[in-house]
Design a binder for this molecule. Structure first.
Ligand SMILES: NC(=O)c1ccc[n+]([C@@H]2O[C@H](COP(=O)([O-])OP(=O)(O)OC[C@H]3O[C@@H](n4cnc5c(N)ncnc54)[C@H](O)[C@@H]3O)[C@@H](O)[C@H]2O)c1
Length: 252
């Protein structure tokens, strides 16, 4: 097993479940010290135990990333604990399915706060530390940022914003020692998001089936490997990129 993250401190949001858990355990196996964040305490404990069993030093923070203050505090806690930060992986996210006409203000605000604002506030707090460590950020977008997807319009809007956040931050720091990229998954199996989707009534299943693509859904580990690549020195030349792991859905 290569050890691309020995002596690196990696923060992973949403690490209790799904994709972020798979990424956190991948970083742990490759030598990273980890700050893992989630608001699901039981899931956070399980990831902490498994990462420690893989040899990682772990700071587990039970944080709701829904405010700027919480995001800034989480970065401050990680840096105060480990003394530095090398990688920020913004993976925590939520999905809600609706007809456009039925989107509530509560769901709208939550989607914006978790999927769009939190990665920005975490990046804002982390960038001074990442400039010091010559580190990097890897954001999580979605195939729905690159192709129109029915019944998840506000979700898709937040993921489209992550594409432009990634590219625009990459340009603002084009002359600085930091890399900023995003990974764009397609449908994954074995995540709470994919198994827990609540479908609205009266949807056209043909439109929904298009998200699934033609190939089978990926496992979270198969997408997590792209986060590890983007965060590692193997991706030295990769900056401002949207790396797709969607089994070809956006090629369609
Ligand atoms: N599952 C898919 O098919 C799929 C497809 C494309 C993109 N994605 C993206 O991948 C990322 C991970 O998705 P997943 O399927 O692994 O999800 P998941 O639901 O399995 O895990 C998400 C984790 O984020 C945590 N979280 C949610 N809100 C939070 C908050 N306010 N503060 C702290 N933690 C919070 C949850 O507790 C959970 O542990 C998301 O950004 C999602 O949009 C997922």
């Amino acid at each position: 097993m290569s050890q691309r993250f020995s002596d690196k401190v990696v923060m992973v949001t949403g690490a209790g479940n799904g994709l972020a858990r798979a990424a956190a355990l991948g970083f742990a196996r490759e030598g990273a010290s980890l700050c893992i964040i989630d608001m699901d305490q039981a899931a956070l404990d399980k990831t902490r135990q498994d990462a420690e069993a893989a040899g990682a030093k772990v700071l587990a923070l039970n944080v709701n990333l829904g405010t700027r203050e919480a995001c800034h505090q989480a970065v401050a806690d990680a840096v105060s604990h480990f003394g530095k930060l090398n990688v920020l992986c913004n993976i925590a996210g939520i999905v809600r399915m609706h007809h456009v006409t039925e989107v509530s203000i509560e769901d709208w605000n939550k989607l914006i706060a978790i999927n769009m604002a939190a990665p920005f506030w975490l990046s804002q707090a982390a960038i001074p530390h990442l400039l010091e460590s010559h580190g990097n950020i890897v954001n999580c977008t979605s195939q729905s940022s690159l192709k129109g997807c029915a019944y998840i319009v506000p979700y898709s809007m937040t993921k489209g914003a992550i594409v432009m956040m990634t590219k625009s931050m990459a340009m603002e720091y084009i002359n600085a020692p930091i890399r900023i990229n995003a990974v764009s998954p397609g449908t994954m199996g074995n995540t709470n998001m994919s198994t827990g989707m609540a479908f609205p009534e009266n949807i056209d299943p043909n439109l929904f089936m298009r998200y699934g693509g033609i190939r089978p859904a990926a496992e979270p580990e198969d997408v997590a490997s792209l986060f590890l690549y983007a965060a590692s020195d193997d991706a030295k030349a990769v900056h401002g990129a949207i790396l797709c792991a969607d089994g070809g859905t956006t090629a369609d």
